[in-house]
Design a protein around this ligand. Structure first.
Ligand code: NAD
Ligand code: UDP
Length: 363
């Protein structure tokens, strides 16, 4: 059934890929994004992928889809705007990506992170409550398991001690949403704990476009490959891992995007009167592959896919980094029938296609 879904942060990396999947599943999408970490150009790219034509360029009567994507430039903390959006559009649910995500920056600007990520989500939820829209999929992170959790991480583990304001902001929002579910059983919440999203849409039209020097591994490797950066610093060669470098659970962003549709579908299932209600309340799912790769393995895979040499130097460990973690992905498989389909080779090939087709991202 076609629905209208509000996607906050829909111009960003994961949001844009999810919007493509939603449109391809015949949903209508309203994007709310303040463009603080993205470009409005992504809208044209999304339209090109799903072949929506602009009304202004309309010819003939082939434009049944034209109202399927609406972009609103604005902030989730703008209460009047949110109210207006819920009045204007028949929104049934929200997928909430909007937020700040740079771990290091969160340490130096904690107030900005709590303001955007926690207060911003509070504003969004209050507006949803007033509009009687009580279904939300939230972008959480594996970081909420904290520093001491044993691997693989599974959803039954308690949240741990987060080591930076970014991680704490995610844990705080999870708790807030859980409390709201307890208070009002009409709320339906999916807390999706992402592992390490990489890759790009196979069209090469959308992908990750970090501003400034990339913090994350894949954008950094891609910029070395394209010649923008001289060499990669590998943070730590003395971890207790087989090759001494850090291990993460990398997941293709399109697999991640598809996980959102499955999660939304699950929490929208009609509730049953008896025990075992399916959709209502709080649900937590890891979105990862269940398989970890080291930094050196990722470099080798990228070199093979791109045919480029990636010079690197082993440097000291980065503050706050963990040695190795990956997902127990069984709960999402059992409950959502979702498993990651793409291999590491697919991920790095798609990252490279995006980077080589768009050396300067969207600009
Ligand atoms: P991104 O920065 O590419 O996308 C976030 C989008 O939100 C951007 O387009 C930005 O302009 C927008 N935004 C930020 N604050 C806003 C506000 N107040 N109002 C409106 N729009 C706002 O990041 P991403 O990688 O796509 O991540 C999406 C979500 O997933 C974030 O919440 C992030 O914390 C979470 N997450 C990301 C990762 C990752 O590795 N990329 C891992 C775990 C969780
Ligand atoms: N990493 C690295 N060099 C970089 C960026 C990252 O060696 O320039 C390593 C990092 O130490 C970690 C892995 O790559 O082991 C993934 O880091 P990323 O920042 O992409 O994700 P995180 O898991 O920290 O969220």
């Amino acid at each position: 059934m076609t629905q209208t879904i509000l996607v906050t942060g829909g111009c960003g990396y994961i949001g844009s890929h999810t919007v493509v999947e939603l449109l391809q599943a015949d949903h209508k999408v309203v994007i709310l994004d303040n463009l603080c970490n993205s470009s409005a150009k992504v809208i044209e790219r999304i339209k090109a992928i799903v072949q929506i034509k602009d009304q202004t360029h309309a010819e003939g009567n082939t434009l049944a889809n034209d109202d399927s994507l609406t972009f609103i430039e604005g902030d989730i903390r703008d209460e009047a705007l949110l109210k207006q959006i819920f009045i204007t559009h028949p929104i049934t649910s929200v997928i909430h990506f909007a937020g700040l995500k740079a771990v290091g920056e969160s340490v130096s600007k904690p107030l900005e992170y709590y303001n955007n990520n926690v207060y911003g989500t509070l504003c969004l939820c209050q507006a949803m409550n007033k509009a009687n829209v009580k279904t939300i999929v939230f972008s959480s992170s594996a970081t909420v398991y904290g520093e001491d959790a044993p691997v693989p991480y599974n959803e039954a583990m308690p949240m741990g001690n987060t080591s930076n304001p970014y991680g704490t902001s995610k844990a705080m929002v999870e708790k807030m949403l859980a409390d709201q579910c307890t208070a009002d059983p009409q709320w339906r919440v999916a807390q999706l704990r992402y592992f390490n999203p990489i890759g790009a849409h196979k069209s090469g039209l959308i992908g990750e476009d970090p501003k400034g020097i990339p913090n994350n591994l894949l954008p950094y490797i891609s910029q070395v490959a394209i010649g923008k950066r001289k060499e990669l610093s590998v943070f730590g060669g003395d971890y207790p891992t087989p090759d001494g470098t850090g291990i993460r659970d990398y997941i293709h962003v399109v697999d991640l995007a598809k996980g959102h549709l499955k999660a939304l579908n699950h929490i929208q299932q009609p509730s049953e009167k008896k025990k075992g209600e399916k959709g209502q309340g709080e649900h937590i799912w890891n979105l990862g592959t269940g398989q970890g790769y080291s930094v050196l393995e990722v470099i080798r895979a990228f070199e093979q896919a791109s045919g480029k040499n990636i010079p690197y130097q082993i440097k000291p460990r980065r503050n706050g980094d963990l040695a190795a973690f990956w997902a127990d992905a069984n709960k999402a498989k059992a409950e959502l029938n979702w498993v990651a389909a793409y291999t590491l080779n697919n991920m790095v090939s798609d990252s490279w296609r995006w980077q080589s087709n768009n050396p300067n991202g969207y600009s």
